[in-house]
Design a protein around this ligand. Sequence first.
Ligand code: PLP
Length: 373
Amino acid sequence: MHLLLEGSCAPPRMAELAALADEALAFHRTIDEYAPTPCHRLDGLAHELGVGSLWLKDESSRFGLGAFKALGASFAIERWLRDHPRSGPVTFTTATDGNHGRAVAWSARRAGHRAVVFIPAHASPARVAAIEAEGAEVIPVAEGYDAAVRQAHAAAVARGWVAIQDTATPGYETIPEWIAAGYWTHARELEPFPHAGARPEVDLVLLHAGVGTWAAAIVAYYWHRYGARRPRIAIVEPTTAACILAGVKAGAAVAIDATRRTVMAGLDCALASTTALAALRESVDACFAIDDAWTLAAMRRLSTPTGADPEVIAGESGAASVAGLMALTTDPVLAPVAEHLRVGPESRVVVWSTEGATDPTHWEAVVGRPVPA
Ligand SMILES: Cc1ncc(COP(=O)(O)O)c(C=O)c1O
């Protein structure tokens, strides 16, 4: 499953996002736990996959939460509280596959408020426990992630709670935009790029997507920073949850079959964010989908490096863009995508490991040893 695209237009509201992203970065720098996450050079893996160089931004240490998501949730909660200075105790609510809910719970607690998190009933016990450890109430939803999103919004309306949701629907766009602005910090930490020199410094960026908010934020960053000289950009999704691919094809957000599961829990979404989809359909060069086996292989490969590559601990969703690169460079079915993206021995590639071992039991089962202390 793939789509080759033109990538001909900058995403809408890029200037507004850039201004908000300045605010977000300034806010993040006030957080005690804030520190830029590392960007590793993986020469061993680059050589193996036949690309010129490979850089991996590693979110496993972000805020002690193991994923990038709090960059968005913390800024959205900060912005909401700034706009509502006289509010008493606030209950923030959200739906999650794990990481965003933990991020909302952590951010609400830091700000002295409460959180209620809706989560698919099939979520891993470790991910539920991590959210509860932040003091949040967790409500399981039997029908899965997209139903949890609907329930969180309904609860917010019925109970006077504030929904901090990382996916936009018509009429609910401001908070997702604040979250996206927070995600820009993730990309901004790459400045100056480690092997800065001749411009542009990067040829290809692979971004994985759930509802697409994170990918759309990073795409907007690249368009804003590099304009027409931006690197080529591709979106990677699980085959069973490729809602961006389906939405780009249909020209609008369409609900795909929500009953098919993927091990990439954070990407297990059946309906794309409307604003993210509107941005991605015009501004990226390809979308393609990969089976779960690729991300399991990427988790194993990152944990057993070759040459001077560091060990990277990546969760199932976290490893997805590395998995995408592995598939792109080795699976003949994706050869047209690799050709369209001009992947080859000269390519300088950036991938993102967006989470660490957020489900340690499953990581151990996949990799065959416990998560290192
Ligand atoms: C680890 C990880 N990576 C990537 C994503 C994708 O983000 P988005 O849903 O904004 O596409 C998620 C979403 O939860 C995630 O948990």
